[in-house]
Ligand binder design. Structure first.
Ligand code: ATP
Length: 234
């Protein structure tokens, strides 16, 4: 089953084309990494999938629902972890989650479940401004998971995390069992380990669509990545 269909997506900022006629599908349960150099268009693409930005041309369907005509229906199916942690200062971690739960019509009991999932239950009464970077990321992930989404969209989930926290983060995602994940990352090794498939973007276009499960090492992927963006493979 195709969860996400991206069809002829173009995004222009004034005269600048950030995404140029991008098309691909994401199957149910697939973990897709969006890779590419700075300015490739990765975040622009993820923000459109997340309904945080609208395309200039083309369309996106999630479970057959067109994003532009059923914004709220699509939004209910997706969880988003972006650079903006969307946490309110002055509220405890638990209060932050409860506020989001109320705003999105989610049973507040669910807050305890997601705090447990991300390993923060015993820190629920703390102000997130006193949290480490990794803890704040996990709390943001808890918020993204509150409404039990079918699709998770993650923008640079590993940035600022040490290797152990990265592995913890992957472990949480495995435990949560969200089927379909689209992740932007610059970490080719980590992306290779987590994702089934990698789309390499450059200059607003998909340069390569790589089955990561078919490759036997991240080095093989890094070679494919370098070739896709016009760098010589080692
Ligand atoms: N709001 C905006 N107004 C004008 N240009 C923008 C805007 N947002 C993005 N761009 C441009 O679109 C291009 C793609 O940006 P985007 O953030 O999607 O790249 P990226 O692949 O995520 O890069 P990075 O790896 O550096 O985060 C860049 O050249 C960027 O300057």
């Amino acid at each position: 089953m195709t969860r996400i269909e991206v069809d002829g997506l173009t995004k222009r900022f004034g005269r600048f084309t950030a995404l140029d006629d991008v098309s691909f599908g994401v199957s149910d349960g697939e973990r897709v990494g969006l890779f590419g150099p700075n300015g490739a268009g990765k975040t622009t693409l993820l923000r459109i999938l997340a309904t945080l930005s609208t395309p200039t041309d083309g369309r996106v369907l999630v479970d057959g629902r067109e994003l532009s005509s059923d914004w709220a229906g699509v939004r209910r199916r997706i969880g988003v972890l972006s650079h903006d942690t969307m946490l309110y200062e002055g509220l405890t971690a638990r209060e932050n989650l409860r506020l989001h739960a109320r705003l999105h019509g989610v049973d507040t009991e669910r807050c305890e479940r997601v705090l447990e999932l991300v390993g923060l239950r015993s820190d629920g009464e703390r102000d997130p401004s006193t949290f480490s970077h990794g803890m704040r990321k996990r709390l943001s992930l808890a918020r993204a998971l509150l409404h039990d989404p079918d699709v998770l969209l993650l923008d640079e989930p590993y940035s600022g995390l040490d290797r152990r926290s990265m592995a913890d983060f992957d472990g949480i995602l495995d435990a949560v069992g969200v089927g379909t994940v689209v992740m932007v990352t610059h970490d080719l090794d980590r992306g290779f380990a987590f994702c089934d498939r990698g789309l390499v973007l450059d200059g607003g276009s998909v340069r390569s669509d790589v089955s990561l499960t078919a490759l036997d090492s991240s080095d093989a992927f890094i070679d494919r990545y370098r070739t896709a963006i016009g760098l010589e493979a080692d």
